[in-house]
Design a protein around this ligand. Structure first.
Ligand SMILES: Cc1cc2nc3c(=O)[nH]c(=O)nc-3n(C[C@H](O)[C@H](O)[C@H](O)COP(=O)(O)OP(=O)(O)OC[C@H]3O[C@@H](n4cnc5c(N)ncnc54)[C@H](O)[C@@H]3O)c2cc1C
Length: 464
């Protein structure tokens, strides 16, 4: 993907759908949509926010949510901890989460000092702390190079790998299906289309990392006599349990202008496991950074019309300079009916959001917090406006997709074993977010990276 200013601009990523894939996927009812997913070397990390959070310790255990149980992972936090540390080094994470009571123990500090809050955001952070909350400096993966400041998987993963003589990168290659040997136990060939031609790639070990939706689709599109329901799908679970955290943007509007260009630097987990009125997990809060307003308007037209009614005459730019944006993100639960389905060339997402009350509670709780913040700092940054438009993310926002090939010990209830090898095949591994048995409420990328490093260690042992 060419390096462009737009890659990091929320306006282009979200509003102009610049990096949405050109293909269409379909919702259950057959309505087509353009998925927000980026096909390029480095995948979605070429356009991501680079907030690299560890899952909380309890996220690896079975947790009671209001609408059901978030299942245990089969491995615990300590199994992932060394790989989280390695991933933070590799992706040059800058952060300080020491004040967060939900932060799990780290065997090493973040490799780099946190990025300082914008002065106006610092005032908000101080006010949150005075209220007894525990705002942190979000861990951010940053190379801080002028031309490409964000740590992505091309820069931090592939470029170093390509220094090895036995690594070859084929670009613009779309994998169409996988072929097995006659017994069906071994993937023999990967069929890919390059420049309109079909190629077969052979290998002793095959590792998939197409993203949770496309990995499931690829397996479902590779049936054969021994795998009639799709490759590795004897459990009938490939594609099922699709999760994509509930994400809602909340805009804090003030009447005093600000720079309108905050970095994404504050995270708050005080309501992660619930609050005094709701004894179930609620989720994670972070500020949005960038020109959030464009995202909200693009993704949620109702917010735009609400805003137009409340503040007639206000343009986008004024809005941008009179607000701070916040993301609220809440775990959704694995439901076998929420799934990736293929029918011929069409890819369907059957998806109904769940755990909705927990998410609503987080939003309303956060809006209460903001009202107190505004009261306290009324004269300095924000004058209380009482306006908090919000926009929920529609089906095409699949940024935090996961769960479609869950891992576990039992081949009846999982697709992959704990090393992320398909139960049904001797040499097929999956290392994208498909393996997640639960979505947690923190952003997924650091866990995807850490797990890939973990599976890498397993493969080194296997190949010895
Ligand atoms: C706008 C945005 C912001 C985000 N911000 C954050 C954040 O701040 N923090 C965070 O933790 N997460 C964030 N995420 C999520 C994060 O980007 C993903 O969790 C992460 O990229 C998942 O990695 P992956 O390897 O599973 O899949 P992907 O990054 O999707 O990579 C899949 C790769 O496979 C390729 N591919 C797919 N199908 C095929 C095929 N058939 N043949 C060949 N190649 C194929 C794709 O081209 C792509 O290169 C964000 C995502 C988006 C979209």
């Amino acid at each position: 993907m060419p390096l462009e200013e737009q890659n990091r601009s929320n306006v282009d990523v979200f509003k102009r759908e610049r990096y949405h894939a050109s293909e269409q996927w379909y919702h259950t009812d057959g309505d087509p949509f353009s998925p927000q997913t980026n096909y390029a070397v480095g995948g979605n990390t070429k356009i991501y926010g680079a907030v690299l959070l560890r899952m909380r310790e309890r996220d690896f255990e079975a947790v009671n949510h209001q609408e059901g149980i978030s299942p245990a992972w089969g491995l615990n936090y300590q199994d992932f901890e060394p790989y989280y540390t390695e991933a933070e080094q590799l992706y040059q994470v800058h952060g300080n989460t020491a004040t967060d009571p939900t932060e799990p123990p780290h065997s090493a500090d973040y490799p780099y000092e946190p990025i300082a809050h914008d002065p106006q955001i610092q005032i908000v952070a101080d006010t949150l702390a005075q209220q007894g909350l525990h705002p942190v400096n979000l861990p951010l993966g940053l190379t801080r190079q002028e031309d490409d400041p964000t740590s992505d998987s091309e820069v931090c993963g592939l470029v170093p790998a390509l220094k090895h003589a036995n690594v070859t990168l084929k670009t613009s290659a779309k994998v169409i299906c996988l072929h097995t040997n006659p017994s069906g136990r071994v993937v023999k060939a990967v069929e890919a289309e390059i420049g309109g031609q079909s190629y077969l790639f052979l290998g002793d070990i095959v590792v998939l990392a197409c993203g949770a939706i496309n990995t499931a689709a690829l397996l479902l599109r590779s049936p054969n006599e021994k795998h009639p329901n799709g490759l590795g799908n004897s459990s009938d679970l490939v594609g099922r349990h699709l999760m994509k955290q509930s994400l809602t943007a909340v805009v804090q509007l003030g009447s005093t202008p600000n720079s309108g260009k905050f970095l994404k630097t504050i995270g708050v987990n005080d309501f992660y496991w619930g609050d005094e009125n709701f004894p179930y997990p609620m989720g994670h809060i972070q500020n949005t950074g960038g020109l959030l307003q464009d995202i909200i308007f693009a993704e949620s037209p109702p917010v735009l019309s609400m805003f137009a009614k409340l503040m007639p005459g206000f343009g986008l730019k004024q809005m941008a300079t009179h607000s701070i944006g916040w993301w609220a993100q809440t775990e959704t639960l694995p439901d076998p009916k929420n799934r990736v389905r293929v029918d011929g060339n069409k890819l369907y997402l059957d998806y109904k959001p769940n755990n909705v009350e927990a998410h609503d509670r987080l939003i309303y709780r956060w809006m209460e917090v903001l009202k107190d913040v505004e009261k306290t700092i009324e004269q300095s940054v924000f004058q209380r406006s009482g306006l908090h438009p919000r926009g929920e993310m529609p089906i095409q926002v699949v940024a935090h997709q996961c769960g479609t090939c869950r891992f576990g010990e039992d081949p009846q209830t999982s697709v992959l074993d704990l090393n992320c090898r398909a139960h049904d095949l001797d040499n097929l591994y999956v290392v994208d977010s498909s393996f997640f048995p639960s979505s947690a409420s923190v952003s997924p990328a650091l866990t995807v990276i850490a797990n890939a490093l973990r599976v890498g260690d397993h493969l080194i042992e296997r190949l010895k």
